[in-house]
Structure formats: C-alpha cells, structure tokens
Design a protein around this ligand. Structure first.
Ligand code: PLP
Length: 349
C-alpha cells in the first residue's frame, strides 16, 4: 500500500475473485459461468455494434431495456442495466444502505466488501446449521436486507412468501434480492414487485445467459427505486454499459429458445452430478442454481480442491469458518461432469 491511500480505506479487504486461468485443457468449474457459448446471434450483433464504436454508448440502453421490460412483464422505467450485477449491487448498497445493512454470514463474498468500501454498518446474521436462511431473523430488523436467493455458495433458496414477509416487516427499508441464479431455480421474487415498493431484484447475464465476459446485469423494482439507482449511476459513470455489451445482451434476449435449452441442460446435468456425488459419499446441499455445494468424504474442501486442480479441474473452495469441508462446483457440460466424477473416483480410491 502506498502512503497516499485514504486513511478510511487502509484496512479495506478487497474481494478475491475465483481464478481465471487461460490455459487450454482446463475444466473450469470455479466461477459459475455457463459452459455453453453465447446465443448464436450475439457475435454478429457485436460486430455490427463495433461499426459505431466512435460514438458513446446509448445512455438509455433503449433496445436492451425494451427487451428486458418485455421479457419480465414490467415497464421500461422499472429497469436499469449495469456493468455486471456487481455494479448494480454496489449502487444499491450506496443508495439504500445508509441506515445499515443485514445479510447472512455465508453468502456472496462481495457484500461485506461493499459495506466496508462505503462505510456502511453491516449486521451479519448466521445461516441455520443446514445453511438455510431463517426469514424470522430479518423480520422487523429495520435495516436494508440483502439476500442472494438462491444463495451462493450454498445453492439454497427461500420461497417468495418469506421474502414478502421480510419486506412487509421492514416497510421503511429496501430488501435487495440478488437473483443471480434464479433462472436455475423454481421460484423468483418478480411476482412480489407489485404490492411491495421496497423490493429490488438484481439479476445478471453472467450465469444463465452465457455473457459473463460481457459484464451485464440488470435490476428491476419500482420506478422510484430505479430512479434512485440512476441517480447514483449518473453520479459515477453514466455510460456504464458499453455499446458492444448492449448489443450482446439484446441478441441474447432475442433468442429465448437457446436460453431455455441451455437452462434445461444445466438443470439435468446438475441432477445427474448430485446423484453421482451422493453415490460416492458426498454430502450435497439441495441446489436451485448452476452449482453444487458439497462436502467430500474424508477430505477437507481445500484438499479436494487441490487434488482436482492437479488433474486440471478447477472448483472453488472457501477457507471460511463453518464451510471448510465444502466446495462449490459449477455445473459444466455433461462430458465435463463425467470427467469430474471419474477424477473424483480416482482420488478417493
Ligand atoms: C450471488 C451473486 N451475485 C452477483 C454476482 C455477480 O455477477 P456479475 O457477473 O453480474 O457481476 C455473483 C457472481 O458470482 C454472485 O454469485
């Protein structure tokens, strides 16, 4: 650290993203990307948009927001897009976290980092022993609550009715529902928007729409909440979503058949992988996401991760209290998961 770093930030512990190896021959199951390529129309749309790169990107992201509003049955003024959902979550923390935040002890590792970066008070609430969120812990808490639902890295979800109760019991605070993985689950909070003006849903194109490298996220909420987020955006970086990414996102949304086919493949392979791991003696948490949270028999999470890495299979391990025996395994293609199971059998034998 230089001697010039602002005093307020000197103790900041930055987020540590999963590794992004670029070598060939790796089975990359460590950062919950899709194993499939972007929708077939994406490359052409990006090439077309590249013709106009001389110009700044469309501030209103008109086409993309029109398509998102149509896809999710809301008005255009209820939608904002961001440079990954990370950016929109960070905007939401700034906009709504002033009266304090609450989130679980085991959840997306960026939440405590943003709280520290923006100097927000965060109440960390332990998940129950089976890693589920206890909705009653957030009732009447009087803080802006942030719940990844389904949660990461546990993969577990709570029903929309429980989210509604949390929102109703904290009427003067926003409930941020981070639905990065909701497309892989059975339920979502979209139906709660009407009737709950304090629920903000944040989603991403990184997991279910094959565009992690494009960096595109969106948030849906009441017009007033979206207006607040736009105020933060215009105070930071109005051109937050570049022209190539806007084109890529629109092309992805224009191909719902491809989106659904990729989702189905991941969900089927998830069920197959979970059953194979259970046959091998793993504890596998029920997953509503594109990853499995699992504990290997007789190995710590760190050991299992290291030994798979030697076989060029990358998974994610979190060296944290309560989850030291667990790893998070992204669902890849069926062939990749068959390779994972083979490698696991070899190293357990
Ligand atoms: C729960 C959760 N929220 C948000 C994100 C960020 O996604 P994005 O790529 O859209 O910034 C992730 C990424 O891993 C995540 O796991």
């Amino acid at each position: 650290m230089s001697r010039f770093m602002s005093e307020r930030l000197q103790a900041l512990k930055a987020y540590v993203p999963g590794e992004q190896p670029r070598r060939d021959g790796i089975i990359k199951l460590n950062t919950n990307e899709s194993p499939f390529p972007p929708a077939p129309g994406v490359a052409g749309a990006v090439a077309q948009a590249a013709q106009d790169l001389r110009l700044y990107s469309d501030l209103s992201a008109k086409r993309l927001i029109e398509l998102l509003a149509k896809t999710y049955g809301v008005t255009e003024s209820q939608v904002i897009v961001g440079n990954g959902s990370d950016e929109l979550l960070a905007f939401a923390f700034q906009a709504f976290g002033g009266g304090g935040l609450a989130f679980p002890d085991i959840t997306y590792g960026f939440y405590p980092v943003w709280a520290a970066l923006y100097g927000l008070d965060a109440k960390i609430i332990p998940l129950s022993p089976d890693f589920s969120v206890r909705p009653e812990d957030y009732m009447g808490i009087g803080r802006c609550t942030v719940l990844a639902n389904p949660n990461a890295p546990t993969g577990r979800a709570i029903p929309p009715a429980a989210l509604a109760e949390i929102a109703v019991s904290n009427p003067d605070r926003v409930l941020i529902v981070d639905e990065a993985y909701a497309d892989f689950g059975e339920e979502c909070a979209l139906g709660l928007l009407e009737g709950h003006d304090n629920i903000l849903i944040v989603r991403t194109f990184s997991k279910s729409r094959q565009l992690a490298g494009g960096r595109l996220g969106f948030a849906i909420g009441s017009e007033a909440l979206i207006d607040d987020l736009n105020r933060v955006r215009y105070s930071f970086n109005p051109y937050n979503v570049n022209a190539l990414t806007q084109a890529a996102g629109a092309a992805a949304l224009e191909d719902p058949a491809y989106f659904n086919a990729c989702l189905r493949a991941v969900i089927e392979t998830r069920a197959w992988t979970a059953s194979k791991l259970e046959e091998l003696g793993f504890v596998v948490t029920p997953s509503q996401t594109n990853f499995l949270f699992a504990a290997a028999p007789g190995l710590t999470g760190g050991e299992y991760q290291r030994r798979l890495r030697e076989k060029n299979i990358f998974i994610r391990y979190f060296d944290l209290p309560r989850i030291g025996n667990y790893v998070r395994i992204t669902i890849g293609t069926q062939a990749q998961m068959e390779r994972l199971i083979e490698a696991t059998k070899e190293l357990l034998s």
